[in-house]
Design a binder for this molecule. Sequence first.
Ligand code: AMP
Ligand code: MG
Length: 351
Amino acid sequence: MRSIRLFPAFLATLALTACAPSTPSASSAAPETEPVRSELFAMDTVMDLTVYGTDPAEGEALLADAEAEIRHLEGLLSVTDPDSEIYAADHSGGVPVPLSEDTADLVAQALTLCERTGGALDISIYPVVRAWGFTTVDYRVPGEEELQSLLRAVDWTRIRLDGDRLTVPDGMEIDLGAVAKGYTGDRLMDLFRDRGVTSALVSLGGNIQALGSKPDGSAWRVALQDPDGDGYAGVVELRDEAAITSGGYERYFEENGVRYWHIIDPADGHPARSGVASATIVGPSGIEGDALSTALFLLGPERAADCWRANDGFDYVLLLEDGTVQISEGLEDRFSLYGDWEGRDLTVIRR
Ligand code: AMP
Ligand code: MG
């Protein structure tokens, strides 16, 4: 199995980590077999996959297949690889492009989520993200005229998916970066489940997705990164769910004392400033969690609560820039603040 070393710089960008910051309970029953684990770098991030309860050879083969699935999806979705389907659609000059079943499925789900978030998530924001330098790490603050001109080509409602044919109008480009890792997590859970695994945990660049519970039957305990430092701010318990975070601290640059981050408000083309330092979604769907964490970061506390009330099937944690915390009621009994965040003001949002 190919694996890579985890570099500290990447580790520092993880929004969530599967390692519980608390002392493991001494009464935990020992798993019957050793977990099988692999690490890889894909989709521009460090990924860490662990399956429990398989025999070693079976576990290794499964993780090799999981890695192949990740590489397969990466190859379809990359915006920079001229062989990818998304690249083909982005450079089609507005001509319909045939998609594989996987890409069509992801684009269909992504468009639905653009709609459900009222356009906070907009997969056609890519040219604006690029203008800020987030795609090349060649950071700059674009002028207002440039942003306004780029925004004229940002409108997810103009992206057409007819069956397996995708049309990206000439002058527009799409990028599925805000949802690709969540979708990949869903696919990995399907793969593990199909192969009879009942306990697995993946971290895809800080997106945590869990299959089942820990081998001893207890919930996974997942730590949320402190947006103000390297430690943790909270711990949430998961079973058969994803915990997916979007935060301004994950990718940013500073100029003249101002911090600019990678989540862009389609309304004005600027990094979203909603008072949210990080937004975490907890729920059964990885792609939904990924889309909604990006969207709730952008929407801010009030509109995030409205979005949650209008949609079933997920809960959320907002760590706010003013140091306070909001959680939706489904997490009341399974979220706790941690470290520097312990004792901070926490509001439970109710339906
Ligand atoms: P995430 O880390 O999942 O929150 O996704 C953030 C990434 O999605 C950024 O690095 C951009 O490439 C892209 N992005 C930024 N703003 C938006 C937006 N409003 N809608 C969709 N994608 C976005
Ligand atoms: Mg996302």
